[in-house]
Design a protein around this ligand. Structure first.
Ligand code: COI
Length: 353
């Protein structure tokens, strides 16, 4: 793919790597490519990061044909830069787009675009511990029309942001509220896709949780509000009586890259991982019976996030004395060890830029 490059007149000042937070600073450039029904994908370009002009009738503003991905570039000790399983993000975006009637962005072009923007922005990949360059590929319809239909024009873009921890808590335990009224996804819906609409629909639950002093929501299934599915921005895993439980990928849960990687590592370590429905009643009971040993969220942005407290209606359980569990810590160290190139990558998950 030929990528046109337009140079910035002046580069931005880089933020303090010790205080990056999450998603606050954008780099100097962005990758852009357009799609039309007649011509397909065209005009790949890396241009100065800047606002884009949108017509008020742009269909995305009204009907939300938008999908996105989240991935990171890591600086290794020898100063090199690597990505983590980028083809998985590319494939997931293809699946998201198929559900939203959006065009396919081929895997090889996706990986090439990500590598190209990261290469241009290499000075933005931070080197402080636990920092990385968060990469946000996204696609949206650009046709201007008010009728609801599959749009005839789209834009694919990639922007980058140097980040630290997603949660202010870092890798310290968070408190999670089990949402028993609102739902995030139903079978046949868009729950398995990474589309903006899924997140818009989750914000009310998040606001409610925050008002009650909780960091995130644990969503139950949309039909019976009985089985645990996922947390606001992460998949979730439970260690009960020595075995791991996590919701199956059956259309309502996001197929997380970190989730898949953790399952590989856990099975390699000899753990039984049950990708199965787990009811909230059984989960709370396991908590009260002292069998719920660890709970942790998994996601690209947050990596691994230990859960110290779960509240379901008026029932509250504390997990592992509100301390990070031994297995949670080991998983965090192993995964980030591979991502930052400190541990051998026996799974061949990392890709040099
Ligand atoms: C990620 O983990 O990368 C995500 O996409 C979550 C995001 C909504 C912050």
């Amino acid at each position: 793919m030929e990528i046109r490059f337009e140079k910035c007149k002046k580069l931005k000042e880089k933020p303090d790597q010790k205080n990056l937070g999450f998603g606050k600073y954008m780099t100097d450039y962005m990758f852009v490519m357009d799609w039309t029904k007649e011509e397909g994908w065209k005009d790949a370009r890396i241009v100065p990061y800047a606002p884009i002009t949108i017509d008020p009738s742009c269909v995305t503003l009204h009907y939300a044909q938008e999908t996105f991905e989240g991935m990171k570039a890591y600086r290794t000790a020898d100063g090199k830069i690597q990505l983590f399983r980028p083809e998985m993000n590319a494939k997931r975006m293809i699946n998201s787009n198929a559900r939203l009637c959006m065009p396919e962005f081929p895997v090889d072009m996706f990986v090439e675009a990500v590598k190209a923007i990261v290469k241009v922005e290499e000075d933005w990949v931070p080197s402080e511990p636990d920092t990385s360059l968060y990469i946000r590929p996204f696609m949206f319809a650009t046709e201007n029309a008010l009728g609801v239909h599959m749009a005839t024009a789209y834009k694919f873009m990639v922007i980058c942001s140097p980040v630290g921890a997603y949660y202010a808590e870092g890798i310290n335990p968070v408190k999670i509220l089990v949402e028993d009224e609102l739902v995030r996804a139903v079978k046949g819906g868009t729950g398995f896709t990474k589309c903006g609409g899924n997140y818009a629909g989750s914000i009310l639950g998040q606001v409610k949780a925050e008002k009650m002093g909780y960091s995130q929501v644990l969503w139950l299934d949309g039909e019976q509000r009985k089985y645990v599915e996922e947390v606001g921005t992460m998949n979730i895993m439970f260690k009960i009586d020595g075995e791991i439980y996590t919701a199956p990928i059956e259309g309502t849960v996001l197929p997380g890259v970190t989730r898949d990687s953790m399952i590989h590592i856990l099975r390699d370590w000899g753990y039984k991982v049950n990708e199965t429905k787990l009811s909230i009643d059984d989960l709370m009971k396991a908590g009260h019976d002292g069998k719920l040993e660890e709970v942790f969220g998994t996601g690209t942005a947050a990596v691994v996030s230990p859960v110290g407290e779960l509240r379901y209606k008026d029932d509250v359980i504390t997990i592992n004395d509100f301390k990070i569990g031994e297995l949670t810590q080991k998983l965090y160290d192993t995964l980030t060890g591979i991502q930052w190139g400190k541990l051998e990558d026996k799974y061949n998950w990392t890709v040099k830029v």
